[in-house]
Design a protein around this ligand. Structure first.
Ligand SMILES: *[C@@H]1O[C@H](CO)[C@@H](O)[C@H](O)[C@H]1NC(C)=O
Ligand SMILES: *[C@@H]1O[C@H](CO)[C@@H](O)[C@H](O)[C@H]1NC(C)=O
Ligand SMILES: *[C@@H]1O[C@H](CO)[C@@H](O)[C@H](O)[C@H]1NC(C)=O
Ligand SMILES: *[C@@H]1O[C@H](CO)[C@@H](O)[C@H](O)[C@H]1NC(C)=O
Ligand SMILES: *[C@@H]1O[C@H](CO)[C@@H](O)[C@H](O)[C@H]1NC(C)=O
Ligand SMILES: *[C@@H]1O[C@H](CO)[C@@H](O)[C@H](O)[C@H]1NC(C)=O
Ligand SMILES: *[C@@H]1O[C@H](CO)[C@@H](O)[C@H](O)[C@H]1NC(C)=O
Ligand SMILES: *[C@@H]1O[C@H](CO)[C@@H](O)[C@H](O)[C@H]1NC(C)=O
Ligand SMILES: *[C@@H]1O[C@H](CO)[C@@H](O)[C@H](O)[C@H]1NC(C)=O
Ligand SMILES: *[C@@H]1O[C@H](CO)[C@@H](O)[C@H](O)[C@H]1NC(C)=O
Length: 675
């Protein structure tokens, strides 16, 4: 059954390959036709005239113009390795009849570009310059986030168009070649962009139109951009505004069932010289008041007492207050504050899935106006051993409504609100923070965590091999720190006739590791044993782990020493947390006798039982019993590259069938005798 499907898939893949290649051939044709009149092959800068095509566009017109470039040091003979400083310009023009809110433009760079500045825009994922954009990047407008229409502004070009001046470094491509991006497009929802066309060698443009098929969910009439879904949603609400300062409230909502932060640090960048006078519900790690006193703030606020200011950093690092400040009159007394930076999934505790803090912000000229409000940019949030969040630029949304504090049936509304959406990114290879080892009752070797699963940056790779496969281990070796496993691994390899390399593989370097052990497999069900190891010297409070299996996950029955729940929204995933009183995963401690015993990790363990009812063709030994994804405190853990295999006696489907057949025969024979 599977074979023909695969053939079909590869045939359709071939067809799409053909279609795609003929398509790129077409666009190459376009370029020749379009470039007919061009002839601007020289490497000189040329002022960008508005392309005539924009008059034929009645949607959103985007263009990208390469302006100039210069060889950078070092000068190399190898043309592909030579770096160049380039300048280019991106333009976005609203040539349609509806306002474009919060514009976003994707530029498909592909010459290992590194952006150094982008005047008129910010990089969507909040990265600081210089930023590696070799795989393309999305820019969001800043300070001009919205583009009005020609109709409502009487054709004021400054309000309907934004230009972004880009400078950066790029590699390869000898002149007269021009390093153009692969593509440009509008990244806002509800628009369709054809492939861009080129005019000359240095300009490409595209006209994006509203997608008539795009349905806006809940077409509520709002003046602002609708709120977006994301794993983490932050809102920056202006609660009170005065001439030179305002009170803002920041709300952090965890919307992902597996999202989590511990001891979160939030940072952003003030774009207009602001500073934080005071805070409630949070504090900043550094104060550095000299930045105020010697900076523009000190010049403007001559008589201001900066010694009381909270932070003058352009990039303050903000952290939650510890619980003992919850009822502090000066800095506490705010709902959802003061949990020492923990943000849990709603399934664990709905009241801990939100954090709130407030700050008093002072502004600088020219913003000395009650209505001149600008949120900080480049938001970043991180925790210890948690998923990596990447945040988009703040987007102005409909003002948040708050229930009236006096309990009356009235709501108060923020003066202005911005939303910042952060999504979880999957850890890259060798950059996880936790890892998994596999074992099974039918194989006496454990498959350990991958070599360098959590990076080998602090490991001396002269003494170990960062690219070798991890060596199979005897089960008891999992209980000791990696540094003390060497002798065991070598002895095991010798007994089992496994390869025994001169240079040992490097450690996994993970703070937390999990062992998934297939405990038993019988006709109606099977069991697994999960063990968590904490190799850090601090404990994890309210730990959780989530195990995603493939179809076998549907058979989840029970877990004995943890509190287990099947997640409703994520397929075949079991959510496990400590039972009351066992919500701490303790840290690593000294052995009983530190001189002779290795250090001991913190451990928690439970058996999990599964049924096979309603799951035909399930093959636990063949791999169905091993997880396809494992999360610890929200972070996706690195999985081993292989699973334990059974020696021929154990794992033969025919053998298994034969066994059932014999059992059935015996049963028939026995029952027969009693008739
Ligand atoms: C030129 O540089 C590229 C990229 O750095 C490298 O892959 C290539 O091997 C180099 N070629 C020669 C001939 O050195
Ligand atoms: C670009 O994509 C390649 C292949 O997917 C990946 O190896 C590389 O890390 C990516 N670079 C960046 C800056 O994301
Ligand atoms: C975050 O993910 C949601 C879907 O979960 C998606 O709609 C949204 O565009 C993403 N945001 C960013 C900035 O990637
Ligand atoms: C609060 O978090 C910090 C780390 O951010 C930690 O050092 C401290 O022990 C924690 N305090 C409490 C009371 O848990
Ligand atoms: C197990 O976890 C669920 C979900 O968090 C919770 O509702 C339930 O009370 C917990 N049960 C026990 C015994 O702790
Ligand atoms: C404040 O700014 C708004 C728009 O930015 C402007 O219309 C208004 O006149 C300004 N008020 C003062 C007092 O400068
Ligand atoms: C938060 O920032 C402080 C100060 O920069 C740092 O010591 C701490 O390790 C950070 N914590 C996290 C979770 O990133
Ligand atoms: C653990 O052992 C080391 C020496 O091996 C010693 O320096 C340290 O104080 C011990 N820690 C505790 C908590 O006993
Ligand atoms: C474990 O490894 C550490 C670091 O190499 C070493 O100091 C310690 O003596 C070892 N412990 C045992 C029991 O071998
Ligand atoms: C155990 O599994 C490993 C990895 O698949 C395999 O190399 C080894 O031969 C297996 N051992 C036995 C006894 O089957």
């Amino acid at each position: 059954m599977q074979f023909p499907t695969r053939v079909l898939i590869s045939v359709s893949f071939l067809i799409s390959l053909l279609v795609f290649s003929s398509f790129s051939f077409c666009s190459a044709q376009d370029y020749i036709i379009g470039g007919g009149g061009g002839g601007d092959d020289d490497d000189e800068a040329k002022p960008a005239a508005p392309p005539p095509e924009q008059n034929n566009c009645n949607g959103i017109f985007l263009s990208y113009t390469f302006i100039s470039r210069e060889k950078e040091l070092p000068r190399l003979k190898n043309a592909t390795a030579q770096s160049w400083a380039f300048k280019s310009e991106a333009l976005i023009l609203n040539a349609g009849s509806t306002e474009l809110k919060a514009w976003k433009m994707f530029i498909g760079f592909h010459h290992r570009e590194i952006l150094v500045s982008a005047a008129g825009a910010v990089v969507m994922d909040g990265s600081d310059f210089p930023v590696d954009v070799g795989n393309g990047t999305t820019l969001a407008g800043y300070p001009m986030t919205d583009l009005k229409t020609s109709i409502e502004t009487a054709g004021d070009i400054n309000q309907i168009q934004a230009t972004v001046e880009l400078t950066g470094t790029q590699f390869g491509i000898k002149p007269p070649g021009v390093p153009m991006p692969k593509t440009i497009r509008l990244a806002n929802d509800g628009f369709k962009c054809p492939a861009p066309r080129r005019r000359g060698k240095r300009t490409m443009h595209v006209c994006c139109k509203k997608d008539p098929k795009f349905k806006v969910k809940a077409p509520k009439k709002t003046r602002f951009f609708p709120r977006q879904n994301g794993d983490l949603s932050l809102t920056y609400d202006i609660m009170q505004a005065y001439g030179n300062n305002y009170l803002a409230q920041v709300t952090i909502d965890n919307n992902n069932p597996l999202g989590r932060l511990d001891h979160w640090n939030l940072t952003w960048e003030w774009m207009r010289g602001e500073f934080i006078q005071s805070m409630r519900g949070a504090y900043t790690h550094t104060r550095d008041l000299s930045q105020c006193i010697y900076g523009p703030a000190g010049q403007y606020y001559q008589d201001f007492d900066f010694s009381q200011a909270m932070s003058c950093d352009k990039r303050p690092v903000i952290a939650d207050l510890p619980a003992d400040r919850k009822d502090d009159d000066k800095v506490g007394k705010l709902p959802y504050c003061c949990r020492n930076g923990s943000l849990l999934p709603t399934l664990m505790d709905e009241s801990k899935a939100r954090s709130i803090f407030q700050l008093q912000v002072y502004k600088l000229p020219p913003d000395m106006n009650r209505t001149a409000l600008n949120p900080p940019q480049k938001w970043k949030i991180s925790g210890i051993l948690n998923p990596k969040y990447v945040c988009a630029a703040p987007i102005r949304v409909e003002p948040t409504e708050f229930p009236d504090p006096s309990g009356l049936q009235a709501t108060s509304t923020a003066i202005a609100s911005w939303q910042i959406v952060c999504n979880i990114t999957r850890p890259k290879v060798k950059q996880s923070k936790c890892c998994v080892s596999f074992s099974a009752y039918y194989n006496d070797s454990v498959i350990p965590c991958n070599t360098c699963a959590c990076g080998c940056d602090n490991t001396d790779t002269d003494t170990c091999n960062p690219n070798a496969h991890a060596m199979l281990l005897p089960p008891e070796a999992l209980l000791v720190p990696f540094v003390n496993r060497t002798a065991k691994a070598r002895a095991w390899a010798k007994i089992k006739h496994y390869p025994n390399p001169k240079k040992m593989p490097c450690p996994d370097n993970c703070g937390v590791s999990l062992n998934w052990h297939i405990n038993s497999d019988y006709t109606n069900g099977w069991t697994a044993r999960l063990t968590l190891f904490n190799w850090e010297d601090y404990p994890f409070e309210d730990w959780f782990t989530a195990i995603q299996l493939n179809k076998a996950g549907r058979g989840y029955e029970n877990v004995y020493s943890f509190n287990g729940t099947r997640l409703p929204n994520i397929k075949n995933t079991i959510f496990l947390q400590g039972l009351p009183g066992l919500t701490y995963l303790m840290g690593e401690v000294n052995g009983t006798n530190p001189r002779s015993d290795p250090r001991v990790p913190g451990k928690q363990q439970s058996v999990i039982s599964f049924t096979k009812k309603g799951l035909r063709d399930i093959d636990i030994l063949g791999g169905d019993g091993f997880p396809i994804k494992v999360f610890f405190n929200g972070e996706e853990c690195a999985l081993p590259k292989e699973i334990p295999t059974a020696s021929s006696g154990h794992h033969s489907r025919h053998g298994f069938m034969l066994l059932i057949f014999i059992l059935a025969l015996t049963f028939a024979f026995i029952t027969d005798r009693f008739h």
